[in-house]
Design a protein around this ligand. Structure first.
Ligand code: DX5
Ligand code: ZN
Length: 216
């Protein structure tokens, strides 16, 4: 499958996010992963649709917006109008089929995500509802720089097998948290093809080379 790299601007210098997304594009990233946190679904607060709107003119890369928020339905329109290309909502926070209808109504790609402690099966309704992407968290959402939770690999396999058996063999499966140049091969072998990387990309001495190596 085509491997896509989605660096998270959570790990960038927030005083220069416009420059960061330009650099990501120049270094060969496929998506810009935007970690939106509301201080409720997860303890920290990061940024919202205004940030997405602010970075939109600085890159042509798709903006992959991961909403770690309660009541995501109250924010979809704002993110769509701000220029989000993909909106990912948590199965723990909403009714996925209803949110997918809302996201599609703005012509934006729809994706669903589960936390590490949520069963892989909770993503099945998202496949049935026509997801454009699925996301599995491989750390507890809220912070960058955590250690990859190994149990995620089995969950990726379960989800990829379900996709294969239910008419969506090539559905994009994204994995988010603790991904390094060392463990990325296991993540891809398990069936994922969209790789989020925050610390690994932004701490790299040579960002372009790291993005190339993450692609495998
Ligand atoms: C965690 C975020 C992740 C995070 C990944 O809540 O959803 O996207 O930024 O960062 P790293 O790659 O540093 O684990
Ligand atoms: Zn994320």
């Amino acid at each position: 499958m085509n491997i896509k790299i989605a660096p998270s601007i959570l790990a960038s210098d927030f005083s220069k996010v416009g420059e960061a997304v330009k650099k990501l594009e120049a270094c060969g990233a496929d998506y810009v992963h935007c970690d939106v946190m509301d201080g409720n679904f997860v303890p920290p607060i990061t940024f919202g649709a205004q940030m997405v709107k602010a970075i939109r003119p600085h890159t042509k890369l798709p903006l992959d917006c991961h909403l770690m928020v309660l009541h995501p339905e109250t924010h979809i329109e704002d993110f769509a109008r701000a220029g989000a290309d993909i909106i990912t909502v948590h199965a723990e926070a909403c009714d996925i089929p209803a949110l997918f209808k809302q996201i599609s109504s703005f012509g934006v790609k729809k994706s669903a995500v589960i936390n590490p402690e949520t069963d892989a099966e909770k993503l099945f309704p998202a496949v049935d509802a026509g997801a454009d992407m699925l996301l599995l968290m491989s750390v507890h959402p809220g912070w960058g720089g955590q250690k990859f939770i190994e149990g995620t690999l089995k969950k990726i396999e379960i989800v990829r097998n379900y996709c294969i058996k239910h008419g969506a063999p090539a559905l994009d499966i994204e994995v988010d948290g603790g991904i390094t140049e060392e463990n990325v091969k296991d993540v891809i072998s398990a069936g994922a093809n969209v790789i989020v990387a925050g610390s690994t990309v932004f701490r790299a001495p040579d960002m372009a080379a790291t993005i190339r190596r993450l692609r495998g």
